[in-house]
Design a protein around this ligand. Structure first.
Ligand code: SAM
Length: 231
């Protein structure tokens, strides 16, 4: 019943984890993790009433209320310092929303050692935020399911300075940039076409914003480079 995407996210949680799933919707991820690992515990955070009630009901039906707490609230506000949450998952939202949630709640991340983030679009914003706040990306995955391609970023908090990220790392990913998988090539072929089309449209409409043109051109060059990765 659970999606391959959520399974891949779960694979990066520690055993006996205590994690917060922010924007948990039906609480599928906490339910899956806590059924598999009898020592795992979770907080399922949800902003909206419908999904919050659905999460609560699913957790009650699964008889897991002792290990999964469903809390209603905005972003990381559902985490209290006394919880001592070790890992945070934010999945299935846009990258800029994920970065905003992290930014607004950054004081709640004290003691969090790992985050697993799955932006539907704009992973760049997430990578930039992680870098700015000393979470080092330690692994990345790309998965395709039901016609959609998803990126999963795994980042660990570091006390020491973390590896810098250049343009290619931010756009493509410090690990994914070396990928040559079919899914990776499919994603970046589409992304390249999007930028080429946007450039053509701008030129046709004589709306040439020099800064945007040079950003697109730079990104297209980076994308062409990674599309030439050999397997
Ligand atoms: N995380 C699940 C997944 O990956 O399958 C559900 C993704 S669903 C598309 C996004 C969920 O995030 C929705 O249930 C929505 O109500 C919730 N959400 C959106 N903004 C939120 C916020 N600021 N704080 C908490 N939940 C939020």
């Amino acid at each position: 019943q659970i999606s391959e995407r959520l399974k891949r996210i779960a694979a990066h949680l520690s055993s006996a984890t205590f994690f917060a799933d922010i924007g948990s919707d039906h609480a599928y991820l906490p339910l899956y993790v806590c059924r598999l690992d009898t020592r795992a515990r979770a907080i399922a955070g949800e902003l909206n009433e419908g999904p919050f009630l659905s999460a609560k009901q699913n957790v009650e039906r699964a008889d897991l209320t002792n290990r999964i707490q469903v809390r209603r609230g905005n972003g990381l506000t559902v985490i209290q310092p006394s919880d001592e949450v070790k890992e945070v998952v934010i999945a299935g939202m846009g990258g800029s929303l994920i970065a905003q949630i992290l930014d607004e709640g950054k004081q709640r991340l004290t003691g969090v050692s790992r985050m697993i983030l799955q932006p539907n679009v704009d992973a760049r914003s997430v990578r930039q935020w992680l870098y700015d706040y000393s979470f080092e990306i330690v692994q990345e995955e790309i998965v395709k399911e039901a016609g959609h391609i998803y990126e999963i970023l795994i980042a660990d908090h570091k006390e020491t300075p973390i590896a810098t990220l250049d343009e290619k790392d931010l756009l493509i990913g410090p690990f994914l940039k070396n990928s040559s998988s079919d899914v990776f090539k499919e994603k970046w072929t589409i992304e390249k076409e999007k930028r080429e089309n946007a450039l053509h449209q701008m030129i046709k409409a004589s709306e040439v914003d020099k800064e945007r043109v040079s950003t697109f051109k730079r990104e297209i060059a980076i994308i062409e480079e990674v599309l030439n990765n050999e397997g």
